[in-house]
Design a protein around this ligand. Structure first.
Ligand code: PLP
Length: 380
């Protein structure tokens, strides 16, 4: 290969996935061994015990790091385990600033699990940069953000937030689950750590739960590796294989899913039953300009509010046929959900509580005319 870094699609197929040296197999083997023979005490060939390190997991970590153009990736058994691994660097007395629009489970982890261990947090609208300095204290160690956010598709300026946070000595963590490294690379915009729920677009087929934390900083990577081994929330070799397989088609899936989502967002914006559509690809979206600069495309998640309130939202979610009513997102099949009672139920009563009239769509790879027909019927 040339000196220059290969393109995203090439890395997705090849990074960390050279043909197996022993057999020539072109697909990364699923290494099930839990333990590895040592030539002498302490002399091993790179692997000793599978919680500490596993060749299939190492291939996945190399591939994700390559896609984020980062030096290190550390894989976990779920997106929440990756978030937990990052947050464990905090000590009692530390403070976190997080966006006020984020996955409910992330809020629950920060507010209820780490909150119970003496780590405080403030949630703030990070799309409005003026709010961030006011939310930060001398104890703020992390600023945690999603862009696009879940479920309102808010866009946060990663470069500007990173500059403010770094001035105050805090690290920036970006949950890049919605955008994927194909659409956005937060480390290149100044963020310190990227986390993914690889359950979503990286896996891409609704058949694996996983997470990964990515960084360029050796010290952060070493602390993440320490937590990965010490706390042990590691993905199984089979799960690593599934995410690796999914990532090979990430670019082509994203291209088509973004295109489908943009057609659907326009359709919804023109529908009389819909009062508001959240999709950064719409020129009316307040973050449209920023998203155009920060992202390659606008993603495949769309959310919208029904004029008829919660009862209409529930009725529509119950009537679609191609859009399956289910939690999760980012896979080949289209999904619909009501965040207030589903993915964001854990944030009820908090500043992150979601309007019950909001529905969230994860737009898949089906024919877009069929998807529009499905929504048309459900909205009628
Ligand atoms: N981050 C975002 C943006 C999510 O939507 C989710 C789950 O829906 C998570 C993190 C948590 O990931 P996991 O379900 O793999 O633990």
């Amino acid at each position: 290969m040339s000196e220059e870094m290969p393109g995203f699609e090439t890395l997705a197929v090849h990074a960390g996935q050279e043909a197996d040296k022993a057999t020539g197999a072109v697909v990364t083997p699923i290494h099930l061994a839990t333990t590895y023979a040592q030539d002498a005490v302490g002399e091993h060939r790179g692997f000793e015990y599978s919680r500490t390190g596993n060749p299939t997991r190492a291939a996945l970590e190399t591939a994700v790091a390559a896609l984020e153009r980062a030096r290190f990736a550390v894989a976990f058994s779920s997106g929440m385990a990756a978030a937990d691994g990052v947050l464990r660097s905090l000590v009692p007395g530390d403070h976190v600033v997080m966006g006020n629009d984020a996955y409910g489970g992330t809020w629950r982890l920060i507010a209820r699990v780490f909150g119970a261990s003496g780590i405080s947090h403030t949630s703030v609208n990070l799309a409005d940069l003026g709010g961030l300095p006011r939310a930060m204290t001398d104890e703020t160690k992390l600023v945690w953000l999603e862009t696009p956010s879940n479920p309102l598709l808010g866009i946060v300026d990663v470069e500007a937030v990173s500059a403010i946070a770094h001035d105050a000595g805090a690290l920036v963590v970006v949950d890049n689950t919605f955008a994927t490294p194909y659409l956005q690379r937060p480390l290149s915009l100044g963020a310190d750590i990227v986390v993914h729920s690889s359950t979503k677009y990286l896996g891409g087929h609704s058949d694996v739960v996983g997470g990964v934390a990515v960084t360029d900083d050796e010290e952060i990577a070493s602390s993440l590796h320490f937590i990965q081994n010490a706390a042990g929330a590691v993905p199984s070799p089979f799960d690593c294989y599934l995410v690796l397989r999914g990532m090979k088609t990430l670019a082509v899936r994203m291209d088509r899913q973004c295109r489908n989502a943009s057609v659907i967002a326009e359709f919804l914006a023109a529908h009389r039953s819909v009062s508001h559509v959240n999709y950064p690809g719409l020129v009316s979206h307040p973050g449209h300009e920023l998203a155009s600069r920060q992202m390659r495309d606008f993603g495949a998640m769309v959310s919208f509010t029904l004029r008829g309130g919660e009862s209409q939202a529930l009725a529509v979610a119950g009537k679609t046929e191609l859009f399956t009513l289910a939690e999760s997102l980012g896979a080949v099949e289209s999904l619909v959900e009501q965040p207030a009672r589903m993915t964001h139920l854990s944030a009820a009563g908090s500043p992150l509580e979601v309007d019950p009239a909001l529905l969230r769509l994860s737009v898949g790879l089906e024919n877009v005319d069929d998807l529009i027909d499905d929504l048309s019927r459900a909205l009628a």
